[in-house]
Design a protein around this ligand. Sequence first.
Ligand code: F6P
Length: 422
Amino acid sequence: MRFNPFTPEATRLVLVLVGLPARGKTFIGRKLGRYLKWLGFSARVFNIGDYRRTRLGTHHRHDFFDPTNVEGNRLRNELAALALDDLMKWMAAGGQVGIYDATNTTHQRRQQLHERCTEAGLDVVFIESVCEDPTIIEANIRETKLTSPDYEGNDPDEAARDFRARIDHYTRAYEPLNEDDFSYIKLIDVGRVIVMHSIHGYVPGKLVNFLMNLHLIRRPIWLTRHGESQFNVQGRIGGDSNLTTQGKAYAAALAHFVREHAIRPPIVWTSTLKRTIETAKPLQVPSLTWRALDEIDAGTCDALTYGEIAEKYPEEYNARRKDKLNYRYPRGESYTDVILRLEPVILELEREREPVLVIGHQAVLRMLYAYFMDRRPEDVVNMEIPIHTVIELTPGPYAFEERRYCLDIGADSSTWGSAMED
Ligand code: F6P
């Protein structure tokens, strides 16, 4: 359970995706779900394609989706109802944001959804993705649809033909979203144009801001802690100490790594603390210093070792062990506080189209990692983010892929800086 003033418990919202197949609805739905969960909302995606595959199998070809196919229609309506029932049950059990990922391409279907949600006291926002650019559609088919279980083992060209025929069936029945009495966001050509209609409230406003930053450009995000610092060697937390000789060797190795790996020079972000700025130095590129990337503020415990904290402030020490996510250091921060201040960093990382190298700190990187890898923040508060290691995150069709590079600096330096209290 997260104590977060920005995720009001009163939030009861259904996001209904709308759009033809291969318009990025699942991409959008999953991204929204990941973002909302990271912020502390209970959010969940209900994807009708998954319902079809689990209940009816993966063998359906385009004629199943033909609006004149009576049996196909009946089954598809049944699945839509089943997914919606599950969503409503989940909301009734305390879910905050349910995301209904289906085509929902007719007025009638949307009207039914709207009625059912509003009768249950839920707010509804429709999010339509419109895209007429054939290159984007074709790329989407090739990258996401042909790798789906629906076409496993099929010839890619034949599968692409079948999928295009499926799109044609939906296109015949498609009624674009323009209902005057609905709240909606329309994304045209991956955010080139965004139309908002009757969007009110804290969460919908946040979603618009988030959606405005989305793009499809694949570029790596590199996360690394600073090189070994004087405080790391002494086992002290926080502070603003300089790098050790080993730490400086890592800074040099990092610059070498970037030159070897980057197709083009990355944008470099550091915190305002000396150890990250010194780590960026050998890169010899301008870097941006973010206060929001500073390490968790340990307040009155800053500059102590974990042993000293346990001895001087045993209650604080034990309280943190019990609930590390929500525990706030006296006159300092909690992990939940860190998440809130990292939100603009996440939006910038989403918006940025160039590779980005983030040189940060353990707690801060854990929370950035949780966002990208769709992990619950509470599950990564003790996760190892070793020093002298680059975590490369590359966007795949729906999720980020991770690769770690432990850089060779000519000596074993990996003894410091992990969660030493555990
Ligand atoms: O020990 C290095 C460090 O970055 C400290 O400055 C910071 O307080 C700590 O890691 C965060 O890790 P944890 O939340 O596990 O104490």
